[in-house]
Every structure is written in structure tokens, then in C-alpha cells.
Design a protein around this ligand. Structure first.
Ligand SMILES: Nc1ncnc2c1ncn2[C@@H]1O[C@H](COP(=O)(O)OP(=O)(O)OP(=O)(O)O)[C@@H](O)[C@H]1O
Ligand SMILES: [Mg+2]
Length: 375
């Protein structure tokens, strides 16, 4: 296979092209001046001086040729020098941003996702190109960050149950432990934790890759809230947290009730988990135009402002130590967000700060079918 040598760079090629243009222009100018000038001069000489001797005519024309040759040569040399200087400058002005972009692309290909290209005054097309490049680099950077965190978190999440299982199995093997109901319970809890982790990861990956299959069907707003509240009621009672559902408007909507039930279930779970006994959680619903808004408000721990924008990221937990104790994987809200967005809706979190409760708000179009079609 023959390897093609890359040859001169963009600046060199631009400079060569412009030099060639200037040389061709100079030669053309010379040829035209040489062909046209003497004949015109000859005609003018005859008209001005009438008949002159051959000797005089030869001298005068000689003088014209010399003067023309000197002035045209000097002018051409000066013009060429000026043209070369300008073309060198222009070539560099155009080629510098392009070579900066090329070396940034090389760095990006080498895995340096933090690289960005500064804007250059090279017109709309180049601005689009650098904008798209920077956007691509930013996306790759964020995917890489998520990937690294995902792997680190996965490793972390699996370490505790796997270590516990190993210790119990070793104990059983060495005869230090017996397979009594207490050991069985621990083994079960740990395997369940691992199973839940794998299910959660599959669910969130599916949801985020938009592989969710929604089955929207007509349902009423109060059927949604009541079913969710009924499923959570025992746990609320058990912890001593009051769950209230203010009167829900009579309203039909077309959503996947299981999926929206899952979203509300996740929000109620979180509210219960982060509200101390004696607290209050409210699940409210209201409609305006073609949208419905569902809100879960609690009087619990609240969320510090700097954590609020991150709570929908997978594996994110406010103060990991605080929430590891609660046993969540930090995935519930990421799944809720993906499910709500698959319906064409939005989910947001608000909190007045630590100790002052939180509110999670879900806004959905009344017809997920129509939303999905128009999306
Ligand atoms: N109602 C709430 N009050 C205070 N903090 C909350 C509330 N809801 C969520 N959070 C914070 O947001 C984090 C992310 O919530 P998310 O539901 O995604 O994960 P999780 O509840 O920790 O685990 P999982 O839902 O996977 O069991 C929680 O760990 C918690 O720190
Ligand atoms: Mg949760």
C-alpha cells in the first residue's frame, strides 16, 4: 500500500495559491502592456509631431520602451512584494484557527475530553464548526464523567453485600456459623440488595436510552393518587408520618398508570425516608389547561440548595454517608425523571433548605399519546 505524504499544510497551500495568482496577474499585466503600449505611443507620437525622421522616431520610441520597462518592472516588483506579504498574513489568519481545531480534534481522539476551541473570526460556517466541536467535546466529557462515576458507584454498592455474603459463607464453611434463620435472613437481604441493584441499573439504562414502552390508557387523576397512597399507607403508618391527599380534581388523562404510579411511589418513598416520625407528607394534584401537576411535599430533612440540581442524576445521594445508612441506591429519581420525560412531562425539586422540607413537582400533558406523537 502506498502511503500518501500529506504535503504542505493549509497555510502553505493558501500562500502558494495566492502567490501563483499574483505571478499570473503580473505576467498578464506585463504581456498586455508590452503588446498595447508601443502601438498607442506610436500613434500619439505621429499625431502630435507629424512626420518625424526615422532617427528621431527610433530615439523617442527607445526612450518610451526604457521608461515603460523600468516603471512597469518596479511597479510589478513592489506589487508582488506587497501581494506576498498580504497573502502570507491572510494565509496565517485563516490557517491558524483551522490548525488549532485540528490539534484539538487530535487531543479529543486521544481521550482529552476537556479540550475546547476558542471562537475565531472566520465566518458563520467556521463558527458552526467550532460550536459543534465544543458541544461534542462537552458531551463526551459528561458521558465520560457519568461512566466513571457509574462504575465507581457500582463497585461501591456491590462491595458491601458481596463482602457480607463472603463472610457468611466463610463462617458456614468453617463451622463458625450455622445456617439458622438469622443467617438465612442476612444472606437473603444481601442477595436481594444485589438483585435490586441490577434491576435498578437495567431500569435506569432502559429509561435513559428511551427504550421504555409506555402503555398509555385513559385513567383519572384521583385513581392515580389513591392507588399510590394506598400502596404506601402501611409504611407511613408504621413510621408515624401522616400522609394526606387533598381533594383531587375530577379529571381524565391518558398516561401509563403503572409508570406514573411508579414515579409517585418513588417520590412518596423518598418523602417517607427523609421525614422524621410526626412529620407530614402531602400528595396533591391540580389541572390547568392541557397539563396536570402532581406534587409531593414533605416536612422533612429538606435538600441543601447546592444539591438540588443533582438529585435526578443516577446514584446521586445528598451526603452519601447520610443516605447510605438509609439503604437507597440513589437511582429512584433518575428513573422517575426518565419516566416523566417519556410522557412528555417535566419533574423538578424544590426545598427551602435543610430541615425545612422538600417538594417534588411532576407536570404531565393530559395526553401522553399526543405528547409522544408531537415529541
Ligand atoms: N424528599 C426528600 N427529602 C430530602 N432529600 C431527598 C428527598 N428525595 C430525595 N432526596 C435526596 O435525593 C437523593 C436521590 O434520591 P433517589 O430517590 O434518586 O435515591 P435514593 O432514594 O437514595 O435511592 P433509591 O431511590 O434508589 O432507593 C436521595 O438520596 C436524597 O439524598
Ligand atoms: Mg429514592
Amino acid at each position: 500500500m502506498t502511503v500518501r505524504r500529506p504535503g504542505p499544510g493549509l497555510a502553505g497551500r493558501l500562500f502558494l495559491a495566492q502567490t501563483l495568482t499574483a505571478v499570473v496577474a503580473a505576467l498578464t499585466l506585463w504581456a498586455v502592456a508590452a503588446a498595447v503600449g508601443p502601438a498607442i505611443f506610436h500613434a500619439h507620437l505621429h499625431r502630435a509631431a507629424g512626420l518625424v525622421t526615422a532617427e528621431t522616431s527610433r530615439h523617442v520610441e527607445e526612450a518610451f520602451r526604457t521608461a515603460s520597462a523600468i516603471s512597469i518592472s518596479v511597479a510589478l516588483a513592489a506589487a508582488l512584494a506587497a501581494a506576498l506579504a498580504v497573502s502570507g498574513y491572510v494565509a496565517r489568519r485563516i490557517a491558524d484557527p483551522v490548525s488549532r481545531l485540528a490539534s484539538a480534534a487530535r487531543e479529543l481522539a486521544g481521550g482529552h475530553y476537556t479540550v475546547r476551541v476558542p471562537p475565531a473570526a472566520l465566518g458563520a460556517e467556521f463558527a458552526t464548526l467550532t460550536g459543534a466541536f465544543n458541544e461534542m467535546a462537552a458531551r463526551l466529557e459528561s458521558i465520560e464523567t457519568t461512566r466513571q462515576r457509574l462504575l465507581a458507584d457500582l463497585g461501591h454498592e456491590m462491595r458491601t453485600p458481596v463482602a457480607t455474603l463472603e463472610a457468611y459463607l466463610d463462617g458456614l464453611e468453617d463451622g463458625v456459623r450455622t445456617l439458622d434463620p438469622a443467617s438465612m435472613a442476612v444472606l437473603r437481604t444481601q442477595t436481594e440488595r444485589l438483585t435490586r441493584l441490577t434491576e435498578d441499573i437495567t431500569a435506569v439504562s432502559r429509561a435513559e436510552e428511551h427504550q421504555l414502552h409506555l402503555h398509555p390508557r385513559p385513567t383519572t387523576l384521583d385513581a392515580l393518587t389513591e392507588a399510590t397512597a394506598a400502596a404506601a399507607a402501611d409504611r407511613f403508618r408504621g413510621k408515624g408520618v401522616a400522609l394526606s391527599i387533598p381533594a383531587t380534581p375530577e379529571l381524565w388523562l391518558v398516561v401509563d398508570p403503572d409508570r406514573i404510579g411508579q414515579v409517585l411511589g418513588n417520590l412518596l418513598d423518598n418523602a417517607l425516608r427523609h421525614t422524621p416520625p410526626g412529620g407530614q407528607v402531602t400528595l396533591s394534584a391540580e389541572a390547568s389547561g392541557q397539563m396536570v401537576t402532581l406534587a409531593v411535599t414533605d416536612t422533612g430533612e429538606g435538600i441543601p440548595a447546592d444539591h438540588l440540581p443533582h438529585v435526578f442524576e443516577r446514584f446521586y445521594r445528598v451526603g452519601s454517608a447520610r443516605d447510605r445508612g438509609h439503604g437507597g441506591s440513589g437511582i429512584g429519581l433518575a428513573i422517575a425523571k426518565a419516566l416523566v420525560e417519556a410522557h412528555g412531562g417535566r419533574i423538578s425539586a424544590a426545598s427551602a433548605g435543610p430541615g425545612r422540607g422538600s417538594t417534588f413537582t411532576v407536570t404531565l400533558p393530559r395526553s401522553a399519546r399526543r405528547a409522544a406523537r408531537s415529541a
